[in-house]
Design a protein around this ligand. Structure first.
Ligand SMILES: Nc1nc2c(c(=O)[nH]1)N[C@H]1C(S)=C(S)[C@@H](COP(=O)(O)O)O[C@H]1N2
Ligand SMILES: [Mo]
Length: 398
């Protein structure tokens, strides 16, 4: 049996060094910062606190921020893998903890790694719409773990700052890094001794090429779910944004939402309630109102998006018809009786935007039942989950 103290000598790559770990860490931190910022933004848009308002323009802004959220999260996976590879021999350092401070630092790193892995795994499961392995509500777990992971990350960077500084300022030659601990703060066990290196192993440039290549490949084969010119090569994206009824994907069909009968019932009435009156409108009444057309995307939080041409009645016109005004918010309710996305709120900037429609038509045809027939909400610069389908009721909120 090998004594644990000798295990370290079996990790032979001379590439491992505080410098390599720091450089990978820098890229990883940049990706995580964008991913966290855009994720937080998406959360704020969906659950706005009183101090937060989200504009209705530019119409594609959320498409960009949520596309970045998913793309940076995916691209960070090979970066994390490489960074963990660069330090994992330390799992076997002996003794495992030197003192209380060291124990705390190691526990912090363990929590941080667990948090980030949880984010990547749940994020990918959500993209794949595979909820079985997640016995919790994805959105809440993904949101709160993000705070834990980012807190852990800031702490980790703070603790490691002297090492990171010295490593990044130090000489570029990896052998020199590995041979001389960069600062007294760096324990001698930080890197395998270059004497152990396997000649002809992966070069530093080769490693960065492989990691960068993997990140680029993942991005190129998934980002087409929102960047249309790349749709043809998006072989790893779970969703082809060009495929679906009327050329637009569907997340929840009318049958799955249990609304097919009521949506196609000739007795359908849209109820519009405002400070002055309540209107009950037949589909023919809605079609007789002034119709407007808007080119707007469906932007799913899952990272896919699809632009389409919608036409129907302006939300602002309906609000005005029941005595509301441009400073009012609007509650939109679906025929769907249960489910998290049966309702949404349009804040005043969105409700008053002339592009916010109660859409009756998609691409010049009546809405397909799966796209929300007889009427769906479509408004600019909003997550897909807030674009309520099969609208039954609109309530003006002062
Ligand atoms: N009533 C209702 N509306 C809904 C949903 C839903 O489950 N129920 N899903 C939302 C989600 S998650 C998205 S991404 C869009 C998808 O719209 P589409 O199916 O018309 O493309 O509809 C939204 N509207
Ligand atoms: Mo969605």
């Amino acid at each position: 049996m090998i004594h644990p103290a000798r295990l370290g000598t079996r990790f032979t790559s001379a590439l491992r060094s505080p410098r390599l770990t720091s450089q990978l860490g820098l890229w990883l931190a940049a990706a995580i910062a964008i991913c966290f910022g855009t994720g937080l933004l998406s959360h704020l848009i969906q659950h706005p606190p009183w101090w937060f308002t989200w504009p209705s323009r530019p119409v594609n802004l959320y498409r960009v921020t949520q596309g970045l959220h998913v793309a940076t999260g995916l691209a960070a996976i090979p970066l994390l893998a490489a960074k963990l590879w660069s330090v994992y021999p330390r799992l076997f350092t002996w003794p495992p903890v030197r003192d209380a401070a060291h124990a705390l630092e190691r526990a912090g790193v363990a929590a941080l790694v667990a948090g980030i892995l949880f984010q990547f795994v749940t994020g990918v499961l959500n993209l794949a719409r595979w909820y079985d392995p997640m016995p919790f509500f994805f959105t809440a777990a993904h949101y709160w773990t993000a705070w834990l992971a980012v807190g852990g990350l800031l702490l980790h960077v703070a603790v490691k700052l002297p090492v990171i500084r010295a490593a990044l300022a130090g000489p570029a030659a990896p052998a020199a890094d590995a041979a001389t601990p960069a600062t007294p703060a760096t324990p001698a066990t930080d890197a395998a001794a270059p004497a152990d290196a396997v000649p002809g192993g992966l070069s530093r440039r080769g490693l960065f090429g492989a990691v960068g290549g993997a990140a680029a490949l993942i991005t190129a084969t998934t980002v087409g779910q929102t960047v249309r010119p790349l749709a043809g090569i998006a072989v790893l994206a779970p969703r082809d944004p060009r495929i679906g009824p009327q050329g637009v994907p569907v997340n929840r069909t009318a049958a799955a939402a249990g609304v097919l009968d009521r949506a196609t019932d000739p007795a359908y009435r849209l109820e519009v309630t405002g400070p002055a009156r309540t209107l009950r409108l037949r589909l023919a009444d809605l079609a007789a109102l002034p119709q407007h057309t808007a080119d707007l995307p469906i932007t799913c939080v899952e990272g896919w998006s699809a632009g389409a041409t919608w036409s129907g009645v302006r939300i602002a016109d309906l609000v005005a018809a029941v005595g509301g005004g441009p400073r009012d918010a609007v509650l939109v309710e679906s025929l769907q009786e249960t489910g998290r996305y049966r309702m949404s709120t349009l804040d005043a900037p969105h409700a008053a935007d002339p592009l916010a429609l109660l859409a009756l038509r998609l691409g010049g045809e009546a809405l397909h039942p799966d796209h929300g027939f007889p009427a769906r909400l479509i408004a600019p610069n909003r997550p897909g989950v807030l674009q309520t389908k099969w609208v039954a009721r609109i309530v003006v909120r002062r």
